[in-house]
Design a protein around this ligand. Structure first.
Ligand SMILES: *[C@@H]1O[C@H](CO)[C@@H](O)[C@H](O)[C@H]1NC(C)=O
Ligand SMILES: *[C@@H]1O[C@H](CO)[C@@H](O)[C@H](O)[C@H]1NC(C)=O
Ligand SMILES: *[C@@H]1O[C@H](CO)[C@@H](O)[C@H](O)[C@H]1NC(C)=O
Ligand SMILES: *[C@@H]1O[C@H](CO)[C@@H](O)[C@H](O)[C@H]1NC(C)=O
Ligand SMILES: *[C@@H]1O[C@H](CO)[C@@H](O)[C@H](O)[C@H]1NC(C)=O
Ligand SMILES: *[C@@H]1O[C@H](CO)[C@@H](O)[C@H](O)[C@H]1NC(C)=O
Length: 440
């Protein structure tokens, strides 16, 4: 009898907690979505000069539909009637490349392939960092769907050179669209070029300040103008977990989105994370010592979750649904490291963007050699050598554990299992199946 009451009591407590969490989430999304916030800062007046606006569209329908809140976001309707023109037509052939990855998969390095194209390319490095941070603080990081919707809406605006939604997530909030707090600003050549570079302001500290030239805090109005002048836009992100959640973005007729999903051997990812974020991996190091890996540990579950979401996204892409026709490409980091020039050429061909000598030169320089490599986000390395280094830093029992929880993911991407320590560390045994992922 007492047990029964206990169960009911627990049930009620759970309900109360869930209800509370829902409240927090909806309050947060209210605060963060534009329409429900009457005090939103005005949008910069940029729609008038948007070069990507298709010619036929009326100004009222295309001016700012993105200010709709995420909750009521509906994918733009396709023309189903007999329209003479194809649904997507751009005055300048502008492309929108989304580089989709997970952390420690070499995405900073691959992002440079696009960042280095600075004449016609507007490149953003991990803008969703701010979004994740603020949402996580506000919600306790619980609601995956709120995250996914918000990520998508922010990306959509950014591809249209509109920073207003992103600005809401930056802490401290930008003043008059100016901020000194943009994460990794210096990793976007476009945010440090001359037209975006304002005079240095004394006594203002910008952690991620431009390295090429001294600049004052970032003025988003200038950034937006620069973005509009560029033909192509590319964004790198490690935060989108489900490709499916991007469907409305991919179907947006104002955009010509190409998604490049970058994957890497999960054993290598774990090894790299253990070095880069060692403070988070105390347990792993413990397991490394005593040889036991508890399979129901939260960390292990997280690893499994990461592997599963990467695999599920790839499965969606490789299935080639109509909405992704010619818009999805899967690339293994290991292939890029082995054949950087060839893979970059393929990525550019897929994106429909001319592969310039500037990019080629950067790749040549940065995949050959370097003793200058430094820092956990460094992109300068002898790539074909670096890519296998993890085999000597991860102990066999952890590699084995990854194989256990990430098995289906590894099989899909063609990463071979190892059966013992010798196999792991013997480089004449390749861990890579030659695999071609067809995309068209
Ligand atoms: C926006 O720009 C257009 C064209 O440059 C101009 O006609 C219009 O008055 C501007 N609107 C605002 C609110 O500044
Ligand atoms: C579609 O085409 C048919 C014949 O060509 C025409 O009669 C009809 O009005 C068109 N419909 C629309 C919505 O334009
Ligand atoms: C769009 O309109 C401009 C000016 O009217 C014209 O120069 C351009 O060729 C048009 N582009 C397309 C794709 O129709
Ligand atoms: C940012 O740049 C715009 C465009 O040049 C300018 O009008 C605005 O005053 C600048 N904002 C600040 C705070 O300097
Ligand atoms: C880069 O690494 C590869 C593979 O180990 C090696 O063959 C090559 O000589 C290295 N390049 C330089 C310039 O160190
Ligand atoms: C590595 O594997 C190759 C081929 O299986 C073998 O010939 C070689 O002896 C191995 N090397 C070591 C150090 O075990």
């Amino acid at each position: 009898m007492r047990n029964k009451y206990a169960v009911i009591f627990v049930f009620i407590v759970a309900l109360v907690i869930i209800e509370k969490e829902n409240n927090i989430i909806s309050r947060v999304s209210d605060k963060l979505t534009p329409r429900q916030n009457p005090h939103a800062p005005p949008k910069p007046n940029i729609s008038a000069v948007d070069p990507l606006k298709p010619n036929g569209s009326s100004p009222s329908s295309s001016s700012c539909p993105l200010s709709e809140p995420s909750a009521t976001f509906t994918p733009p309707r396709r023309h189903v009637e007999n329209v003479t023109e194809p649904p997507r037509q751009y005055s300048n052939g502008g492309r929108h490349v989304l580089l989709l990855a997970a952390t420690r998969t070499g995405s900073s390095f691959v992002g440079e392939f696009f960042n280095q194209q600075d004449g016609t390319m507007f490149y953003l490095f991990e803008p969703l960092w701010h979004v994740e941070r603020k949402l996580a603080m506000a919600t306790g990081g619980t609601s995956a769907s709120v995250f996914a919707q918000t990520y998508r809406d922010v990306l959509q605006q950014l591809f249209l050179c509109d920073f207003t939604l992103l600005e809401r997530f930056i802490e401290p909030p930008p003043v008059d669209h100016v901020t000194a707090a943009l994460f990794r600003r210096e990793s976007s050549a476009s945010l440090c070029e001359e037209s975006v570079c304002t005079p240095v302001v004394k006594d203002v500290f910008e952690r991620y300040h431009c390295k090429e030239r001294p600049c004052g805090p970032l003025n988003f109005t200038l950034a937006s103008q620069s973005c509009l002048r560029k033909v192509h836009r590319a964004i790198k992100t490690v935060r989108v977990r489900q490709l499916e959640s991007l469907r409305p973005l991919v179907e947006d007729p104002r955009l010509d989105v190409r998604v490049i999903q970058l994957v890497r051997d999960p054993r290598a990812v774990l090894a790299s994370r253990m070095v880069a974020f060692s403070y988070k991996y105390k347990n792993w190091k413990q397991w490394q010592v005593n040889g036991e890996v508890p399979i129901d540990d939260d960390e292990v579950k997280r690893l499994k979750g990461n592997c599963d979401s990467v695999r599920m996204s790839a499965e969606v892409g490789l299935r080639r649904p109509a909405w992704l026709q010619r818009r999805y490409m899967l690339v293994r980091y290991e292939d890029i490291a082995r054949y950087p020039m060839q893979k970059a050429t393929e990525m550019y061909r897929f994106s429909g963007i001319p592969f310039t000598s500037q990019v080629r030169e950067w790749i040549r320089k940065n995949t050959q050699a370097s003793s200058e490599a430094s820092g956990v986000y460094s992109t300068q390395k002898n790539s074909s050598k670096q890519v296998e280094k993890w085999r000597f830093t991860i102990p066999f029992n952890l590699a084995q554990m990854v194989q256990k929880v990430c098995g289906p993911t590894m099989k899909l991407f063609g990463y071979r299992f190892v059966n013992d320590e010798d196999m792991l560390t013997n480089k004449s045994y390749s861990l890579l199946d030659e695999k071609i992922f067809h995309f068209s």
